[in-house]
Design a protein around this ligand. Structure first.
Ligand code: PMP
Ligand code: GLN
Length: 379
């Protein structure tokens, strides 16, 4: 086998999905909803499938025209600048492939990539497969009030600054973070942005959980800070956005002078993502564009729905003697034993975090109830 796949044959999701199936476990391990997407999203898919032959054939390599146009329109409003649908967006097979294209396109042998811990596990193997070296910097808890929150976990500006070297090519951040649920505040993003600009480094910002924030926490895009659009690749996922993780539609967004390199990787490997799925995501985004900011919006409703589940899981964990860390965003809470959080750390720092366990709460109440029953028996 090739050297680039040395040591990365084990994968936590492959392993735990199999274990959960073998033991018919109540699965709060893997991050996917065990409920259906909203009906307008399902209807969009059915309509796309019945939309005649073009829906079943190849479409534009870098994104189905209807999808890139609505993504550009939607996110221009969020980022506060004109996004070019044809230049600034690449539609991919899930956020996974957008990340893969980003690392393959931008990282060379010998380049360093700063990764903030805890991190979504695929960043490290992807950096390695591109020939780069991962350099880790941890989020650390700074205080312990009566309620533990992901907001208490912060980067030390000095420690982060010390990780930048002449070899640093990129930094990867994930907000809201998987598994902690941290949502970076504007000042924290500004601190990261200042370092990126000072050292001429690219920021890869994984924002697949961007609509899922709780208790009034606001998600801020680092690409919207001054001087950052030109050096940021923002990663998104329709799977997370519309609770349809099996569709595998994602995207990378950023300045055309960077995105063109991602497109080179994409056109020579995957070419494009399923046409009908892209059309369905386009129609769903158009619907969200039309109702944005109203109570009808799924981006408004889903976090409200998940907020209840999050409190419910936190109460359950507390009642069995665990200390949950309330997430400001995302699908997950750390505090107890489904997916060990050590998988989200580098081998060097893993031991410090052995005591944390991650739970996923984007599950039916019946699933949460079943988990609760098991935890109560166990405690
Ligand atoms: N980034 C993060 C932080 C994730 O949690 C996931 C998995 N849900 C992905 C990227 C990959 O997303 P997708 O399913 O769209 O490939
Ligand atoms: N991102 C999801 C999680 O963190 C699932 C990833 C996967 O199944 N590959 O649980």
């Amino acid at each position: 086998h090739a050297r680039r796949i040395e040591g990365i044959d084990k994968n936590i999701w492959v392993e735990f999905t199999q274990l959960a199936a073998d033991y018919k476990a109540v699965n709060l391990g893997q991050g996917f909803p065990d409920f259906s997407p909203p009906s307008f999203v399902q209807e969009a898919f059915c309509k796309a499938l019945n939309g005649g032959f073009p829906m079943h054939q190849y479409t534009r390599a870098f994104g189905h025209p209807n999808l890139v146009k609505i993504l550009a329109k939607f996110f221009s409003r969020i980022v506060g600048r004109e996004i070019d649908p044809m230049e600034d967006i690449l539609v991919s097979v899930g956020a996974y492939q957008a990340l893969f294209c980003t690392f393959q396109a931008l990282i060379d042998e010998g380049d360093e990539v700063i990764i903030v811990e805890p991190f979504f596990d695929c960043y490290q193997p992807m950096v390695m497969m591109a020939g780069g070296t991962a350099v880790y910097v941890p989020l650390k808890p700074v205080c312990c009030g009566p309620v533990l929150s992901s907001a208490d976990w912060v980067l030390s500006p000095e420690e982060l600054a010390s990780k930048f070297s002449p070899r640093t090519k990129a930094i990867v951040i994930n907000t809201p973070n998987n598994p902690l649920g941290k949502v970076y505040q504007r000042e924290e993003l500004q601190m990261i942005a200042d370092l990126c600009i000072k050292h001429d480094v690219i920021c890869i910002s994984d924002e697949v959980y961007e609509w899922l924030t709780y208790d009034g926490t606001k998600h801020v895009k680092i690409a919207s800070l001054p001087g950052m659009w030109e050096r940021t690749v923002t990663i998104g996922s329709a799977g997370k956005t519309f609770s349809a993780t099996g569709w595998k539609v994602g995207w990378a967004m950023g300045s055309g002078h960077i995105l063109k390199h991602l497109k080179t990787v994409h056109q020579n490997s995957v070419y494009h993502c399923a046409t009908a799925a892209q059309e369905a995501v386009a129609v769903s985004f158009q619907r969200e564009y039309d109702v944005f900011g109203t109570e009808e919006s799924y981006f408004h409703q889903l976090p409200i729905h998940l907020h209840e589940k999050r409190l419910r899981l936190a109460d359950c964990l507390k009642s069995v003697g665990l200390k949950p860390i309330l997430p400001q965003g995302g699908y997950f809470m750390i505090g107890l034993a489904t997916i060990p959080v050590s998988a989200f750390y580098s081998p060097e720092h893993r031991n410090e975090f052995q005591k944390y366990i991650r739970f996923c709460f984007v599950k039916e109440d019946t699933t949460l109830q079943a988990a609760e029953d098991i935890l109560r028996q166990w405690s």
